[in-house]
Design a protein around this ligand. Structure first.
Ligand SMILES: [Fe+2]
Ligand SMILES: [Fe+2]
Length: 394
């Protein structure tokens, strides 16, 4: 490359450099003093000398949550074409066309690209109006939660340490935005009234968004994502709701984020065990229990016992809380036992002929892929070769 060089004065360059160096020392020293005196100082938690955010690179977090999220990034135009999103690149569309051309008629029919009209017809064929209301009742509960997940992950992006953790949270912000927007269109396609947040959900989500620092990881990535995993895993096998598998996979990554973050930046003992923090965690968890009776009629319509769903979700939240060292006012097994007692006591009062059962060992996630994903998270099972291939396990 040939450049036409411009002649400049070497003296001017030297002077500018010197003035800049002095100004640089001044502003940084001033900010350092203000910072020490807690009167302000540098706002950005960024170290431009090492080209890194404070906290260091945290490459493992980046690989597990940023690189992997990008590898598994899905587009609504491809996964749910009937919702009207236009988010595929030209190459992705070409690839899809080529794949369709290579299929036989039966395979092609399975992957038919439904129009919005055809999708609504499918829903009306598969479900009664009451069943559609029940599905919308459940899905909108987590749909409103996605709005909070979007906001909370954006807040956390500004609060976590390290380049890797910021990269991880950036992907979560993107995925929660997609979850909110895509789920909202999916729910709207049912053409029934969409309910507001129920009181327990409102209480829970408002506490999560108000939680301080990494306590948000408990509220969001343990409690709310635990409920989301339960709902998506339970409903992704329903006709017309197959796209929820992709939500389930994203949420499974999100539930793994606190564990990977705390490996690099562990919670201090005082933070784990502080009585007030433990109480606040419990306060975020209690509305999840109060949510159970409010979902009973809709779940019953879909053939699912709300106690089994509640027990299954609370058990998984308990596993995540324990794994991430988020101590609660009592140990997890004691709390799970209490929840089981409470569910049975409520059943004795509210259900004629109720028989006592162990609801905590319930499992309402369906679909072999979804069960395998949860097996990896909750029981530490090794992903099958097929799953590793599909999900690009790092
Ligand atoms: Fe989400
Ligand atoms: Fe999430």
């Amino acid at each position: 490359m040939q450049f036409d060089k411009i002649r400049i004065s070497p003296t001017t360059t030297r002077n500018v450099r010197q003035v800049e160096a002095t100004a640089n020392r001044l502003v940084r020293n001033l900010d350092r003093v203000l910072g020490t005196l807690r009167l302000g100082g540098r706002k950005a938690p960024y170290d431009d000398l090492s080209y890194e955010f404070l906290g260091g690179p945290a490459d493992v977090l980046r690989k597990k949550h940023y690189d992997k999220s990008l590898r598994l990034l899905w587009k609504a135009e491809d996964a749910a074409p009937f919702l009207g999103f236009k988010d595929c690149t030209a190459v992705e569309k070409q690839l899809h066309e080529m794949a369709l051309r290579g299929m036989n008629d039966e395979e092609r029919a399975q992957l038919a690209r439904l129009s919005t009209r055809e999708y609504k017809d499918l829903l009306n064929r598969e479900y009664t109006v009451r069943e559609k209301q029940a599905i919308v009742g459940i899905l909108s509960a987590i749909g409103h939660g996605e709005a909070y997940a979007w906001l909370v992950s954006a807040q956390l992006l500004a609060e976590v340490q390290s380049t890797g953790a910021r990269a991880a949270l950036t992907m979560q912000v993107l995925e929660e935005a997609k979850h909110f927007l895509v789920l909202r269109e999916l729910v709207r396609a049912f053409d029934v009234e969409i309910p507001r947040l129920s009181a327990p959900e409102y209480l829970m989500l408002e506490q999560v968004i108000k939680a301080k620092g990494t306590e948000k990881l408990f509220g969001m990535n343990v409690v709310v994502e635990g409920i989301a995993l339960g709902i998506f895993g339970m409903m992704s096998s329903f006709p017309g709701l197959e796209v929820l598998r992709l939500f389930h996979l994203d949420e499974s990554r999100h539930t793994g984020l606190p564990n990977n973050y705390f490996r690099e930046f562990p919670l201090r003992d005082a933070q784990r065990k502080h009585p007030l923090r433990r109480l606040r965690r419990l306060a975020m968890l209690v509305p999840a229990l109060l949510l159970i009776p409010t979902l009973e009629d809709d779940l019953a319509e879909l053939g699912i016992d709300v106690f089994e769903f509640g027990g299954s979700v609370i058990r998984k939240i308990g596993v995540l809380a324990k794994r991430n060292n988020f101590d609660l006012p009592a140990d997890t097994d004691t709390l799970l036992g209490l929840v089981n007692k409470a569910l049975n006591a409520y059943g004795d009062v509210a259900r004629p002929g109720h028989v006592q059962r162990d609801y905590i060992s319930g499992e309402t996630t369906k679909g072999s892929d979804e069960l395998e994903v949860e097996g990896e998270i909750f029981e530490g099972k090794q992903a099958s070769a097929r799953a590793q291939r599909i999900r690009g396990a790092a």
